[in-house]
Design a binder for this molecule. Structure first.
Ligand code: TXE
Length: 483
């Protein structure tokens, strides 16, 4: 399955150009050069997608879970069979190392379809008998047409994390991937056609957030919105969708703490902390960007982290030795670099990195930034409060458990926290008090698709994953029968 130069929308079962005939540039972030074009879709394309989805809904919602299971499993098979093509396309589009696309992004996209294809076979609803009098049972019915909007950091991974449960539950979908990383969503459309997904069940509209994305959010026939992206965008979506009483699932930003106690397994902690700091260039909402270390371990940790960060190889996403590829776009690189300058202005000391990496040849225009470790900043400064979403971490010592908790909970975000300690009582005690949707103890990114996934505070509203996703994408109806 080869990527094409001109990406098309997927509407009513066909690959079609945008209504306006206008296209946007799609840039390869490792070279800084335009390499393909995507539809600059508008409300007209969204209107067509919604009409197709509405038409497809009666049959798809009633065709039975067995049929939905079969078709979604076939889509998973096709992604698996085309792993190399999907992985190459993802790395060109996003700038991430091919090894990561091959081992994380695309396998997970395949797993999302397989997981929800089988989940729907087991999904059941409750009954509440009133002894001797009546029985209540809950029908869980698909909502209708739903909107899924996803970001650029884990393109196909997050796109399918929303689409798969929505389809499994019997909804028809209008989806928009990020305009920065549209290619694998386009390839997914081809996979859906090959798998025999009935036309109109899934529609993929490409284009800009404020234009195509906004048209999805404000369309009155789209009854639920599942969104992953920046907190500001989440606020804008809620402003439009909440007064329309749409169901909303918002997975937003994070400013995640890693809390490291001196009694931890140092070697394992170092391996995972390096990953949580710099995987995917720090462009994962779950990456730990504020690292708090118990004072007796602080200097040893600092020296080791800086040594390992300097050792990471930044460069060609297609080289086997590359650890960090390019950041997703020039604008995002500028944002990350501006935060590093801000950190210096706020009194932070840059221990390593801190600069753009200029490569030669084909990669001369690429958006590469060296892994950066900063110390000496207080909790209240902007560097420690705002999401940077790049290969940048701050480190700070602490003395007591209470202080660690105060630091960890001290931002407006609440997505994920990581805790390193061998003291089991402390681990449970702190897990209870950490204000985060996910708490990892002695690990990071240990994912299980059955668990509730999402954040507290400004990190979002609602949970994805497992039954939570199927509950979100269904409407519960109480039926009461008196006898
Ligand atoms: O994301 P946006 P951006 C954070 C990260 C990053 C910041 C901004 O800090 O630096 O957000 O990134 C669509 N109506 N995260 O601006 O805009 C858009 O087209 C409807 C965290 O690139 O949130 C894309 O498909 N849709 C994060 C999607 O929203 C709109 C992942 C995400 O883009 C829209 C990415 C609108 N008005 C960034 N405006 C995470 N939580 O993992 C934009 N979009």
């Amino acid at each position: 399955m080869r990527p094409d130069k001109y990406i098309k929308n997927y509407i009513d079962g066909a690959l079609v150009p945008p209504a306006s005939g206008q296209y946007l540039d799609n840039v390869n972030p490792a070279t800084g050069k335009v390499y393909s074009w995507l539809p600059d879709s508008d409300a007209e394309d969204v209107e067509r997608a919604v009409a197709a989805a509405k038409k497809a809904f009666p049959e798809w919602s009633r065709c039975g879970v067995e049929r939905r299971f079969r078709i979604l499993s076939r889509i998973a098979d096709i992604i698996e069979q085309n792993l190399d093509d999907f992985a190459r396309a993802e790395s060109i589009d996003n700038g991430k190392p091919l090894a990561m696309s091959r081992s994380v992004d695309i396998p997970r996209a395949q797993a999302n379809f397989r997981f929800f294809a089988t989940s729907i076979l087991h999904f059941a609803s409750e009954a509440h008998p009133v002894e001797g009098r009546a029985i209540n049972y809950t029908l869980r019915q698909p909502i209708g047409v739903v909107g899924c909007i996803s970001p650029w950091n884990l393109p196909l991974y997050l796109f399918t994390w929303k689409i798969a449960p929505a389809l499994a539950a019997g909804n028809c979908v209008v989806a928009k991937p990020s305009e920065l990383t549209p290619m694998t969503a386009y390839m997914l459309a081809k996979a859906c056609i090959e798998a025999g997904l009935p036309k109109g069940v899934l529609n993929i509209v490409h284009g800009l957030g404020p234009k195509a994305g906004q048209a999805i959010v404000e369309h009155p026939e789209i009854k639920a919105i599942s969104f992953t992206g920046g907190t500001k965008t989440g606020q804008a979506i809620a402003r439009t969708a909440a007064p329309m009483f749409k169901k909303l699932s918002l997975e937003l930003g994070g400013k995640n703490p890693n809390i490291i106690f001196a009694d931890c397994d140092f070697d394992q902690m170092m391996v995972d902390t390096l990953r949580s700091s710099f995987s995917n260039n720090g462009q994962i909402c779950l990456c730990g960007s504020r690292i708090y270390v118990e004072r007796p371990l602080y200097e040893r940790f600092r020296d080791e982290l800086v040594k390992r960060a300097q050792f990471l190889k930044v460069g060609d996403p297609f080289s086997q030795v590359t650890d960090l590829g390019a950041l997703v776009s020039e604008a995002h690189m500028e944002k990350v670099l501006s935060y590093i300058s801000l950190a210096e202005m706020e009194g932070g000391k840059i221990l390593c990195g801190g600069k753009r990496l200029e490569l030669e040849g084909e990669l001369a225009g690429g958006y590469f930034v060296r892994p950066t470790v900063i110390e000496g900043l207080p909790l209240e400064c902007r560097t420690n409060q705002e999401e940077i979403f790049g290969p940048v971490v701050t480190i700070q010592p602490f003395d007591t458990e209470e202080e660690a908790l105060q630091l960890a909970n001290g931002t407006g975000y609440g997505l994920a926290a990581t805790l390193w300690t061998q003291d089991i009582s402390r681990a449970h005690r702190m897990a209870e008090q950490l204000e985060f949707g996910i708490v990892w103890i002695n690990c990071w990114m240990e994912r299980d698709l059955r668990t509730p996934f999402g954040g507290m505070k400004s990190s979002g509203v609602g949970r994805e994953g497992g039954w939570e996703a199927l509950r979100f994408f269904t409407e519960p109806k109480n039926v009461c029968v008196k006898y």
